[in-house]
Each structure stands twice: as structure tokens, then as C-alpha cells.
Ligand binder design. Structure first.
Ligand code: SF4
Length: 453
């Protein structure tokens, strides 16, 4: 549970407003600490014990855990709310594909190809799977290690290494420790042997127990050993148990501030469901109900894309509309006679308009004005899509140097900005286009003929 500034100030030296922390008083510093605007180390007069205590109290209720490295790393945890509408969810769950060393070479290749190729452009983002889980099942150590080596060398995605055999788990870890793989499972049976080996080359670990109650002593033991990068698997056997367990863990961390459960969770629809449809539906429940990593036995376009879109929707900040960047976009390969159209930066508007232009197969420029994520008409009504502003955007975008015909098509819904836009853009002709994006298909082929005359 968050600690307040007035509680923090009681732990600060308070003997003098020395301002060495950069704040005028200890109280001001305490208030900043409480809201995450400063770090404890800024006050040089704290004893090591008080500093450690404060760091612990100020740590996020759910630990931030990173799997993998570089731009493909997956960060999970650090969530602040139970319900998305309270604020927002922060770190989308990592979606992993499971590859067992019992699978044929052809199957392994197929799964690796899917991970690489199934990437979907979506409202300005690229949706894709994030992690590869490698499971030791064959009983042949060399086979598993060869699989780990091969996948690690051919993919830069984060890895989850799964083996009940601790020696094999750590041998696999040693092959790719620099990639910060997640090691799974750490259990009550192997934790004592595992801790010193985890500490040799620290990487995150997946802690598995048969119940939430069993998880608690395990995370306490890890924390005491200063192994704190963990994700939790409460061993849920079915979907009802899973919802209960995930909810309990989230509530215990956020509402009770119960540190032993203040970790992100991992879920295995691949082991829980008996067929592909049930598996993807189970995964879908986990997207909503708090899992931070979701492991699937396999996927294809039809199962992965809906899951990724659902994840995007759940992890989009509900306080802000989805928007695309303000600039001009090239649709196809437009030349200097290509039409120039304008729209607002609400992601939905942008994608409907750009898709309608694409469907005409007429290469075009689409200038997108930042209307703070509002549609064209709403943006105009809110004073964020006026002729002056659209004109300034067009000038700033650099589109003028790309086209011979200085003509810009505005949406028919905001025909009223024509005069103002012409004043803002001397030398340009403003053409009123169709009211709806659905009219672009009929409008654009005729309009483009006028540009080459
Ligand atoms: Fe207070 Fe420490 Fe800041 Fe000095 S440096 S004002 S003692 S919090």
C-alpha cells in the first residue's frame, strides 16, 4: 500500500532544512518521494537501515520484472490498479509460444517462422508475440541444449526455459544468460538448490506452487536471498481457479500491500486447455484477469490476432483516445502529382481514411493533423481542427516540397474551414472532399485526373 508523505517525513533526518536533496525542506522531499518524483538516494543523511526501509516501502506494489534484453525485452508487473477504469493497466502481458524438445525439427522451424512472420500492423503499432518458451521433455539433455542454442541464436526474443531437472535448467541458462531468460519452475522441492545457482548469473525466475498459500514462503525465501525478479504461478488447475487465484494475488498486492505476493504472474493455457479453441479462450481470460505472461502451445493468424487486439484494447489507457502521429503519410508510392488529403489523428479516423484511399489504389499523401485524438468534426467543434491549425500543420509537415499541384482535399464534414484554410495557405487551393470516408472510392479516381492537367 502506498506510504504517505507525512509518514515518510517521520523517517527523514529533519534536523535541518539543508536542501542538499534539492528540495527546500524534508517535508517537501517526503511529498515528492511519496508520489515517485524523487529517489531516496538524494538525501545523503539517511542511515543504511532507514534508506533500505524507505526503498522497500516505496517499491511498486507489484514488482517490475524484465525478461530478455534490448528492444525485444518484455517488462511485466508494476501495475497500480485492479480495475482498468480506475486508471490504466501499464504493461501488457507477454505472449509466448511453447516449443518442446520432443517436437520434430520441422515443427520447431514452423513455430519459429510463425513467431517471425505473424506481425500485424494495427493502428500505427505492430502486434506480435513476444516470447519463446522452450520446454525440456525429451529426457535427452543434449537435444534440449541444442534447441536452446539454436533458438537463442536465431531469435532475439526473450526466452522462458522450462525444465523440472535443475541441472538441465541451469545448463540451458548458461547458454543464454546474457539474454536474461526466465527460469521455470522454482518450487518448494528445488528452491534451496536453485538459489545459489540463480545468484551466479541473476535472471528472472518463475515460482510455481500448488496453491497461493504455498507460494508465499517461496517468495519470502527468494527475497531473503536477494533474488527478487520473480513471476508467480499459483498452479491453477482450471479456469475458475485461475480467475480466483489471479484476482487474489492482484488484490493482496495492491489492496493489502502484501509483499510476498507483489509479483507479476505467469499462466499456461497450453497446459490447462485440451483443444485449440479452449486454449485461446483461456488465454483471453488471462489477458483480462491479470496474467503478465501467457504461454500458448501454438498459434496461427486466426487465433493470435484476436488475442493481440484484445490485449491492445485492455492495455490502452482509457483516459486518452488512441491517436497516430501528426505528419504526412505516404499511401502507396505517391509522386509529385499525387493527391493530398487531410484528416485528424484519431486512430480510427486515420485507419478508415487511409484504408479507403488504399482501396482506390491511387498513391496519395495523407496529412494528419493532431486533434488530440478526436475525430474530424469533434476536433473542429473542440477548436482543435480549425483552418488555421490545419494550414500550420501542412506548412510544417514539408508536404509543399513534395507536390507540384498545391491542392489539398479536406473532409466534407468540415467544409466550413475552407476559407480559413485558404487564407492560412496562400497559393493552395482547398477542395472539399466527401463527407464520409466511404465516399473516397468514388471521389478520388475522378479528382486525380484533374491533377495532371
Ligand atoms: Fe532533509 Fe535530507 Fe533533504 Fe536535507 S537532504 S533537507 S536532511 S531530506
Amino acid at each position: 500500500m502506498p506510504i504517505s508523505g507525512s509518514e515518510i517525513v517521520k523517517m527523514l533526518p529533519g534536523r535541518k532544512p539543508c536542501k542538499d536533496c534539492g528540495f527546500p525542506t524534508c517535508f517537501a522531499f517526503a511529498m515528492k518521494l511519496a508520489t515517485g518524483g524523487a529517489t531516496v538516494d538524494k538525501c545523503p543523511y539517511l542511515s543504511p537501515e532507514v534508506k533500505a526501509k524507505l526503498e522497500d516501502l516505496l517499491a511498486p506494489a507489484i514488482k517490475l520484472v524484465t525478461i530478455g534484453t534490448g528492444d525485444k525485452k518484455v517488462e511485466v508487473g508494476n501495475e497500480e490498479v485492479i480495475y482498468r477504469h480506475e486508471k490504466t493497466y501499464v504493461h501488457p502481458p507477454g505472449i509466448a509460444i511453447l516449443i518442446s524438445d520432443k517436437e520434430s525439427e520441422a515443427k520447431v522451424e514452423e513455430k519459429m517462422r510463425k513467431v517471425k512472420e505473424l506481425q500485424f500492423p494495427w493502428v500505427g503499432l505492430t502486434l506480435k508475440a513476444d516470447l519463446i518458451a522452450l520446454q525440456f521433455e525429451s529426457g535427452d539433455k543434449n537435444k534440449f541444449l541444442n534447441l536452446v542454442k539454436k533458438v537463442s541464436q536465431s531469435s532475439d526474443l526473450g526466452l522462458i526455459l522450462i525444465s523440472q531437472d535443475l541441472d538441465i535448467l541451469f545448463a540451458a541458462r548458461d547458454l543464454c544468460a546474457d539474454k536474461k531468460p526466465l527460469l521455470y519452475p522454482i518450487t518448494k522441492e528445488n528452491i534451496d538448490q536453485a538459489i545459489p545457482r540463480i545468484k551466479e548469473k541473476p535472471t528472472p525466475v518463475g515460482v510455481r506452487a500448488e496453491s497461493i498459500e504455498e507460494l508465499i514462503p517461496l517468495t519470502i525465501k527468494l527475497k531473503e536471498a536477494k533474488v527478487d525478479d520473480a513471476v508467480l504461478d499459483p498452479g491453477s488447475k482450471n479456469i475458475l481457479d485461475a480467475i480466483r487465484d489471479q484476482t487474489f494475488i492482484r488484490r493482496a498486492a495492491l489492496k493489502q500491500g502484501f509483499r510476498p505476493l507483489g509479483y507479476p504472474t505467469i499462466a499456461f493455457p497450453c497446459f490447462m486447455a485440451k483443444d485449440e479453441i479452449k486454449e485461446i479462450l483461456t488465454a483471453s481470460v488471462f489477458v483480462i484477469k491479470f496474467a503478465a505472461i501467457i504461454v500458448l502451445s501454438d498459434f496461427d493468424q486466426d487465433s493470435l490476432l484476436p488475442l493481440l487486439v484484445q490485449r491492445l484494447n485492455i492495455y490502452t489507457d482509457p483516459r486518452f483516445p488512441m491517436a497516430v502521429e501528426e505528419k504526412y503519410y505516404e499511401i502507396g508510392t505517391p509522386d509529385e502529382y499525387a493527391p493530398v488529403l487531410v484528416t485528424s489523428n484519431w486512430a480510427l479516423t486515420y485507419f478508415i481514411v487511409s484504408s479507403a484511399i488504399e482501396a482506390t489504389k491511387i498513391p496519395s499523401y495523407l496529412c494528419v493533423k493532431d486533434a488530440e485524438g478526436l475525430g474530424v468534426l469533434t476536433g473542429w467543434a473542440a477548436g482543435k481542427f480549425t483552418g488555421d491549425q490545419v494550414g500550420a500543420m501542412i506548412k510544417k509537415s514539408g508536404i509543399e516540397s513534395r507536390v507540384k499541384n498545391k491542392k489539398v482535399v479536406i473532409p466534407g464534414r468540415v467544409a466550413r474551414i475552407k476559407g480559413e484554410l485558404e487564407e492560412a495557405l496562400p497559393g493552395w487551393e482547398v477542395v472539399v472532399g466527401p463527407r464520409e470516408a466511404s465516399g473516397i472510392g468514388a471521389f478520388l479516381p475522378e479528382y486525380v485526373k484533374t491533377l495532371r492537367k
